[in-house]
Design a protein around this ligand. Structure first.
Ligand code: SAM
Length: 294
């Protein structure tokens, strides 16, 4: 299990009975988490007086209850290549605009990019980030010196990613933001003959492209992996697939990547990722990542 232990501005304080108690900078949130099937006493004061609480409704979805929370606030992440700043806003489906557990991947691929830049400072490193959301991975790769192509179906998320880049001092960095369906984009890049040194994807379980294209991870992810690996350059750095879909085991993800990259050899490792619970030192599982390096 890879644990995102470098955060200073974020922590899972406790978790019980389908919920997690979190600190996001100076603010305490209570949000649902389907992984939390245990029921331990909620004695910590944060449970009783959070700054906001997202209540899941049994009809799906849910709503926020605000006590004392700004509409927006910022937190920082100490990436080795330089500090990242993220803008947070409570919005639909309990989201805040960031998946803190992804820091384990930000640290990993930004280290590979930094090493490659050190080895050849004149080398231009191209990274493709699919299902890129608010750009956590995009700003990490750009901070390490890569030129990033950021693809997501949502215009709102892409605007938010630009805000995170600006907040992280990357407003002028070589980042291409595209509002597009990831499958269609990859197919077009294959026709264009474009290649990338690093490719990452963090698809949702279920999603829709800008024109309603349906994404269902069980049936869509392997065909997309097979297509996306053909975009890897002749001197690739990494290929990464992350999923927080319950039931998509790390071994399934590594099987798919090893199959798709058989011709290239290399090394694939897959593992669960998680966040440490500061009240008891245990780890809250947050999905899985599979990583390939040449
Ligand atoms: C939850 S996010 C992924 C999290 C993100 N990788 C991160 O850690 O920052 C899933 C994203 O996939 C996007 N999405 C869903 N279906 C898509 C599709 N067919 N093509 C492109 N983006 C899609 C959604 O707009 C959403 O921003």
């Amino acid at each position: 299990m890879l644990v995102a232990d470098n955060w200073k501005d974020y922590e899972v304080i406790d978790c019980s009975a389908g919920e997690k108690l979190e600190r996001w900078g100076d603010y305490i949130l209570v949000r649902p988490d389907p992984q939390v099937i245990w029921n331990t006493p909620k004695t910590l004061k944060g449970w009783k007086r959070p700054n906001a609480h997202y209540h899941r409704s049994n009809k799906g979805g849910g709503e926020w209850e605000f006590f004392d929370l700004p509409e927006e606030w910022e937190i920082n992440y100490p990436l080795a290549a330089g500090e990242l700043t993220f803008r947070l806003k409570p919005f639909s489906f309990k989201h805040t605009g960031l998946f803190p557990e992804q820091a384990v991947n930000w640290d990993w691929f930004s280290g590979l990019i930094s090493d490659a830049k050190k080895a050849d400072p004149s080398r231009q490193i191209k990274v493709l980030n699919l299902f890129a959301y608010t750009g956590g991975a995009t700003v990490a790769a750009a901070k390490a010196g890569a030129a990033v192509t950021h693809v997501d179906a949502s215009k709102g998320m892409t605007t938010w990613a630009k805000e995170n880049a600006a907040a992280s001092g990357l407003a002028d960095a070589p980042i291409r933001y595209l509002v597009d369906d990831c499958v269609k984009f990859v197919e077009r890049e294959i026709r264009r003959g474009n290649t990338y040194d690093g490719i990452l994807m963090d698809p949702p379980s279920y999603g829709r492209g800008p024109k309603g294209e349906t994404w269902k991870i069980e049936s869509s992810v392997f065909p997309l992996i097979e297509k996306a690996v053909t975009l890897l350059s002749d001197d690739p750095l990494f290929f990464l697939v992350n999923s927080y879909t319950t039931g998509l085991a790390p071994s399934v993800m590594s099987y798919m990547i090893s199959t798709a990259l058989k011709r290239r050899g290399g090394h694939t490792e897959a593992t669960e990722i998680g966040l440490r619970v500061t009240d008891n030192g245990l780890v809250l599982p947050c999905g899985a990542s599979a990583r390939w390096t040449p």
